[in-house]
Design a protein. Structure first.
Length: 313
């Protein structure tokens, strides 16, 4: 089993913070499912979850997924500025009905403040992985000192974060465009800001990596399968978010089956289009698959099909 092999080579769990748009697509649910199982397996410590889009059932639907693995205590934050009208999610109301009663969006702290607390209290450097919109991480970087920490957000990230892994961009073209970076003006600005100002290494898993790896579906156990069925993706979806989650858990490009192309990324703040200048000493990198799609698919489906009691350390 993949998790068991990984556990054998890891002395202690890695601290991890998970950001997600938790919006209209269902592959965020698969990513969370995988991270929760990795937490239970002792591979990571999931310290905080930030939702970077607001919908009526955002927080209770996400908490329901955590609760089915006995992990309802992982703190959830919400980026309250990120209300985007006109979108509808097919699965959140269904999932929220399974959440412990009374929990709503109103019970969540501001996500960037939750991140600040998680980082300030952490003794180890954490990995931040985000499979949604980059606006939340920009808010974290731009946050001023407060009662949580005397450091501003950029200094706090510099001292307490080892790497930021983003699902975003399209890197197989000279100039690519991908939804997380171009949807809504704030995200174009945020992606550009991160490329300019992020004080720690930034790794991108782009559109081209996940689009042909189809995973999950209505037969996936638990609420993940419910989400895929309700999303009308009974046979699965492209694996942008679960592949990013698995990469963050593994933490090593070679072991995860990728080549890292290093350099300097840039995003146009007006269009959200990304570009890349290769440089072996660069602190940015994008991932290129070294294996065939079946390799990544099998890994993800193996984890998604594990019942939670089989994930424990
Ligand atoms: Ca997503």
């Amino acid at each position: 089993m993949f998790f068991e092999e990984l556990k054998a080579s890891r002395a202690q769990p890695v601290d991890l913070i998970f950001g997600t748009d938790w919006w209209t697509d269902c592959d965020d649910v698969a990513a969370l499912d995988i991270l929760l199982k990795a937490h239970r397996a002792g591979l990571i410590r999931l310290k905080a979850i930030g939702i970077n889009s607001v919908m009526p059932y955002s927080a209770p639907s996400l908490k329901a997924v955590c609760e089915q693995y006995g992990l309802g205590g992982i703190p959830i934050g919400l980026d309250r500025r990120a209300v985007r009208r006109g979108a509808f999610c097919l699965y959140q109301k269904k999932l929220a009905a399974c959440c412990s009663p009374g929990f709503t969006n109103a019970d969540c702290p501001e996500a960037f403040r939750l991140y600040r607390s998680a980082l300030a209290s952490s003794t180890e450097k954490a990995v931040i992985v985000d499979v949604g919109f980059p606006s939340l991480i920009m808010e974290l970087l731009q946050s001023p000192p407060d009662e949580i920490s005397s450091l501003n957000g950029t200094a706090l990230v510099k001292s307490k974060v080892s790497e930021i892994v983003l699902m975003g961009g399209r890197w197989d073209k000279k100039t690519g465009r991908e939804y997380n970076f171009f949807a809504y003006p704030i995200n174009r600005k945020a992606a550009a800001y991160l490329c300019e100002h992020c004080p720690v290494p930034l790794t991108f898993l782009g559109y081209e990596v996940g689009k042909d790896v189809i995973t999950g579906g209505k037969t996936t156990p638990g609420l993940t399968g419910v989400a895929y069925a309700a999303h009308r993706s009974p046979q699965g979806r492209p694996s942008w978010d679960p592949m990013t989650a698995v990469f963050a858990i593994v933490g090593d490009a070679e072991k995860a089956g990728y080549q890292r192309v290093r350099g300097k990324a840039a995003v146009n703040p007006k269009t959200g289009a990304n570009s890349f200048a290769a440089d072996a000493g660069g602190s940015h990198s994008y991932l290129v698959k070294k294996r065939d799609d079946r390799f990544y698919k099998n890994r993800i489906d193996e984890i998604l099909m594990m019942p939670p009691e089989n994930c424990d350390e």
